[in-house]
Design a protein around this ligand. Structure first.
Ligand SMILES: Nc1nc2c(ncn2[C@@H]2O[C@H](COP(=O)(O)OP(=O)(O)OP(=O)(O)O)[C@@H](O)[C@H]2O)c(=O)[nH]1
Ligand SMILES: [Mg+2]
Length: 205
């Protein structure tokens, strides 16, 4: 029998925000297990849906991402206001992408802070040669925003499953930032992703 029961599905609205060309659509596609596309294609708005079973609960992930640099308050507010999870993405090879982290953090806080869990995500960690944002910068970001941090690569898949699991688990347990920061890393068992191991250095609380 299919463990995912339509009637009991828990919806999780996930919004991926951040600067232009940093990998928002690539991340959404990665969650959908689509192949990584190295070509850059502009699309204004992207939406994916995915059913997933986690901690014996059936979830339906509704994943939105908007083109970067969209500073349209009307559109942004419509997208954020009922979101459960906001992934604030930046590009580890692009220092300027940090400016947008600040913008989106404040926007989301203003529009939906009480209701959504924000997660900071550094993408393109595969590109070591061009990396511009290092451990000390990440430490400052952690001190500034006080939200969980993941380092990922949409190209080689690093930490994508771990991020997905964290999202599902956070939602199921209805964890807000105040409690997220108290999660012990050891308690994050990847029951549903046994083939993947959590790489502890990628979590900064
Ligand atoms: N090396 C590397 N390149 C990546 C990674 N993720 C995305 N890219 C590349 O970065 C470019 C932009 O990716 P997109 O996913 O379209 O970025 P986006 O943030 O959705 O861009 P906009 O919607 O225009 O704001 C593409 O050429 C991708 O192939 C990654 O993890 N590593
Ligand atoms: Mg895009």
């Amino acid at each position: 029998m299919n463990p995912i029961n339509e009637e009991k599905e828990i919806p999780v609205k996930i919004v991926i925000v951040g600067a232009k060309s940093i990998g928002k659509t690539s991340l959404s596609n990665k969650f959908m297990n689509k192949n990584f596309d190295k070509e850059y294609k502009v699309n204004f708005i992207n939406y994916n849906r995915k059913k997933i079973n986690c901690l014996n609960k059936a979830l339906i992930l509704k994943i939105w991402d908007l083109v970067g640099n969209l500073r349209d308050k009307y559109v942004n507010e419509k997208i954020y206001f009922d979101s459960n999870i906001c992934l604030i993405l930046f590009d580890l090879t692009n220092l300027d992408s940090l400016d947008d982290v600040d913008y989106y953090y404040n926007e989301i806080k203003l529009n939906n802070y009480e209701n959504c869990c924000m997660i900071l995500v550094g993408n393109k960690c595969d590109d070591i040669e061009n990396r511009k944002i290092f451990k000390k910068d990440i430490k400052q970001l952690k001190e500034k925003y006080k939200i969980p941090y993941f380092e990922i690569s949409c190209k080689n898949g690093r930490n994508i499953k771990e991020l997905e699991y964290f999202i599902c688990r956070s939602h199921i347990q209805n964890i807000r930032y105040e409690s997220i920061k108290r999660i012990s890393l050891n308690s994050l068992s990847l029951r549903h992703y046994e083939s993947h191991r959590i790489q502890k250095k990628c979590f900064i609380f």
